[in-house]
Design a binder for this molecule. Structure first.
Ligand SMILES: [Zn+2]
Length: 93
């Protein structure tokens, strides 16, 4: 028995997640890393989060006016986001 073995035993059966490495160990500027971290924690002040807190919010995405503003919508589903990702990926290829 040692303190080290006891510490390691507390994680037995748990899953290791390396998403922190994707967020923090890259070449992106710190503000982008911080935004990525906030988005991964669903901590950005999108309309759905404002609504959960009872704060004033817009009912629909201000970019496309087609769907409720959520983090998933803003980053993946919004037509403007899709166009942006398309431009970025075509620029990288
Ligand atoms: Zn949208």
């Amino acid at each position: 028995y040692s303190a080290s073995s006891c510490y390691l035993a507390t994680f037995q059966g748990s899953m290791t997640c390396f998403s922190w490495k994707l967020i923090w160990k890259n070449w992106a500027p710190p503000r982008v890393k911080f935004f990525h971290w906030l988005a991964s924690q669903d901590r950005c002040w999108t309309a759905d989060r404002l609504a959960r807190r009872g704060l004033q919010h817009q009912p629909r995405c201000p970019l496309c006016d087609q769907a409720p503003e959520t983090m998933r919508h803003l980053l993946l589903e919004c037509p403007f986001a899709r166009q942006t990702w398309h431009e970025i990926l075509s620029w990288l290829w």
